[in-house]
Design a protein around this ligand. Sequence first.
Ligand SMILES: [Zn+2]
Length: 379
Amino acid sequence: MSSCAEHCDPTRRSVLRGLARSGALATGATLGWLAGEAEGAARNNDALQTDAETAALVESLIAVDMHSHAAGVNGRPAPTYDLAARLRSGGMTAVCLCHSADVPVIRREPDGKVVTVRSPHPGELWNHTKKRLAWVDALVQAQGLRRALKRGDLEALHADRAPAIVQAIEGSQFLEGRLERIGEVFARGVRQLQVVHFFVSEMGDNQTEPATQGGLTALGKEAIAECNRLGLVVDVAHASMAFVEAAAQVCKTPLLLSHTAIAKRDDRMQRFTRLVSSAHAKLVAQTGGVVGIWGAPLAYKTIDQWADGLAHAADIVGADHVGMGTDNSGFGALPGVWEDYADFPKVVQAMRRRGFTAAEIRKIAGGNYVRVFNRSVRA
Ligand SMILES: [Zn+2]
């Protein structure tokens, strides 16, 4: 599940990180935490130094988190940590960094459910998106991040060892029916658009509210056509299965379903779940697309359990159609199963323990996303 909640309910780590970086706090508690952080980094390096096979694999593969709210992108006034440094430390290439378009009108309840609290004022969600685009511009500049914008960029960024983002937006409520705004956010660097999120949009039905629009609407089809025309990855996370069936028919590029988990038992799925059935996941795979497995703490408690979720997904759709979509910082006060990109080598170790081959890890960690990205964006 992804959310809104980071700006209002940050984790202790991100608070301390932000305070420590701002120089506002140098208490014993903070210093203790910083020592823990340094120790964690050393452990991480140790893992690479003592595990040559993992180190070689991490060094050679392109790793992309397909859905992330890292560093406070959803609503923090300033970045909460150095995302570029963490990507570099973990040997990762990129995160698809997204702000949620409907943040001003949704809220995470104490039970974890996300609810719509009111209708937006005219222009409100577009103004919110413009502010977050400016925030990402500042982040990119301050941290020396680069953006993947065109075909081949992810491979080139990996070759340069340059930490990068694929800029993304979760939910297209900022459009307010005006499709030309897709071109406006494209011009600002956005290359991935998730069509629906929690707040009901005019694009079609999401998974978490009653379906009233028959799946994908005419406007939703036009939005997908505009993404295809300009060259954006089309993300169908949060969309109902009927929406995905229709999107698979009209979208000219492989679909991304960036963050979810595949239900263990289709016949036991609850109403309004953010999990998907096997059939739903296969629809995405049949377009040549990728299903991202999510680091949701309610679904997985540890990195090893998350690797089990990857294995379950690979059993259903094949290793060519599975990816990583952590939704980092998207769970309110609860941390995801791996929040820190410096831990990526540990993730690779967990995948190896789970029995994935190097070739499979290469695909799941980013190779599959690179395929979808390159087929979606322009040369
Ligand atoms: Zn989400």
